[in-house]
Design a protein around this ligand. Structure first.
Ligand code: ADP
Ligand code: MG
Length: 483
């Protein structure tokens, strides 16, 4: 079912296009040798180029270009062997040059595609219009002094990729899934750390609404949204606002807005400038960027296995459901962990344990997959004990909890606590006899046709055996004696 919002005039469709700014992982800036480390003291990572001293010349950083091309390849996009840097002119206190070096008419990466996965298991392909490389601006600090504004230029000149989507997204869920997938691909590639709290990844959210079958209407751009949850909330809030404007007989004006998460609404920041307002022109200090085809082919050959390919392989190789496979490949570290557990074992059981008890433990203990409370080898050891019938599945959960508490291997816990599964039919016979003797009325009901009572008997026998009975044997013996 397509997502729509019901207004007083009927259903509205929401149209969304995202411009994502992703900070490139690189030790130095796009056009200078200054460092890019996060959290350094203000203005401690600023070169004369970044501060726009007269006569300073920018030199393109090859590593940043390499990272941008690798990202384009990871997005299945066209790599433009010739691209160009342009000046985008505007005045702002934290932009000392009075222009930003960006790419306008000739970006380094052309159209590509990102496949998103939705909660109902369906997938959609979202068009990427382009990816271009540009400089970040500095930061104005308004809260350091009652009367003055300070400027920190550490971020000035840091390399960004702006990744622009087609207006293909149709719901808050799709917008969230798009950012999540893009972030996952960037992290696999190692081209952006995707840290939205630190501002390494931020999204401009373009939203319009229309009636089904209509051409697009005017959009508004919600600037600098810095979490996936806020992207989704901003889409909804902005769509609701625009629907009200149209239904009240007004017209939506193209403008730039800000999302206020505490109030759950967007507010106007400025009327939207058009490209011609920026007086773009080719930067005369920089030559056109010309890439060698073989170099690009080399980068393509060295790309890691990316989430889509890994997901397809997990489905084919391990027989996982598309949903489980998507969950396991979202982060590279999770996929690695899973494969270490699954190798040589029951792969579906391994997936259930990793996405079930193991993820729950990570959550509960506030730990990350990079610093797991139980190693892949240790979890694998637990699964081996289930596979060779040393313990049953229920006891395994108890052993897992003990592993979390003690850090001991599964086998040692099973031995120390006497949790071995009982497969001795004599002991099972005795437990079954005792349970049947203690419940003559239930036995009579069962024999009179109340089949559902079987589960009750299994539970009683298991309880009598402290959970350690082999479930298959307990079932067999019970069935035999109840006939
Ligand atoms: P600009 O350069 O002015 O920001 P673009 O044409 O590059 O404009 O589009 C910017 C973003 O706006 C893109 O992500 C695009 O998909 C999105 N967009 C364009 N038209 C619409 C629309 N009518 N509704 C929603 N999003 C749109
Ligand atoms: Mg734009």
């Amino acid at each position: 079912m397509a997502y729509t919002i019901e207004g007083s005039s009927g259903a509205w469709e929401v149209v969304i296009g995202l411009e994502v700014h992703a900070q490139i992982i690189s030790r130095s800036k796009l056009f200078s040798g200054a460092a890019t480390a996060y959290g350094a003291p203000p203005n401690s990572q600023v070169s004369f180029v970044d501060a726009a001293f007269p006569g300073m010349l920018p030199v393109a950083n090859g590593e940043c270009i390499r990272q941008a091309v690798r990202t384009g390849l990871g997005l299945n996009a066209q790599i433009n062997l010739v691209s160009r840097f342009d000046r985008k002119n505007y005045f702002y206190a934290d932009l000392p040059a009075g222009y930003q070096i960006s790419q306008y008419e000739h970006p380094i990466v052309g159209s590509g595609v990102i496949e998103i996965e939705l909660a109902d298991g369906s997938t959609r392909r979202i068009g990427v219009t382009r990816l271009h490389v540009e400089q970040d601006a500095g930061k104005s600090l308004h809260d350091q002094d009652p009367a003055r504004t300070f400027v920190d230029l550490n971020r000035a000149g840091v390399a960004l990729m702006e990744i622009v989507s087609e207006p293909d997204l149709r719901s808050p869920e799709e917008a969230g899934a798009y950012v999540r997938k893009l972030r996952s691909i960037l992290r696999y590639l190692g081209t952006c750390d995707g840290n939205m709290e630190e501002g390494s990844l931020r999204a401009d959210v373009n939203v319009s609404v229309r009636k089904h079958g209509e051409p697009f209407r005017t959009r508004c751009e919600v600037k600098n949204v810095n979490s996936i949850r806020f992207v989704m909330q901003a889409v909804e809030a902005e769509a609701l606002r625009q629907i009200k404007v149209w239904e009240d007989g007004g017209t939506v004006q193209q403008e730039t807005r800000l999302f206020d998460p505490s109030r759950g609404e967007t507010r106007s920041m400025r009327s939207k400038e058009d490209a011609h307002d920026y007086r773009y022109f080719p930067d005369p200090d920089l030559l056109p960027l010309v890439l060698d085809e073989d170099w690009v082919a080399g980068l393509r050959a060295e790309l890691p296995e990316l989430p889509d390919a890994k997901r397809a392989r997990f489905i084919a190789e391990y027989g996982l459901s598309p949903y489980d496979a998507a969950v396991l490949v979202a982060e590279q570290a999770t996929a690695l962990f899973y494969e270490a557990v699954a190798r040589g074992r029951d792969a579906k059981q391994a997936a259930n344990w990793v996405t079930g008890d193991f993820f729950a433990a990570l959550n509960r203990l506030g730990r990350s997959i990079e610093d797991p409370p139980v190693s892949a080898a240790a979890l694998g050891g637990l699964l081996d004990l289930i596979a060779d019938n040393t313990i049953n599945g229920k006891i395994a959960k108890e052993v897992f909890e003990a592993m979390l508490e003690t850090g001991e291997p599964a086998a040692a816990i099973v031995d120390a606590r006497g949790l071995r599964q009982v497969t001795d039919t004599g002991a099972i016979d005795a437990a079954v006899d005792a349970v049947l003797a203690a419940n003559p009325d239930k036995v009579a009901e069962f024999r009179a046709g109340k089949d559902k009572l079987f589960g009750f008997f299994v539970g009683q026998v298991m309880k009598a055996m402290a959970g350690k009975g082999n479930p298959a044997l307990v079932n067999d013996v019970l069935r035999g004696k109840l006939q």
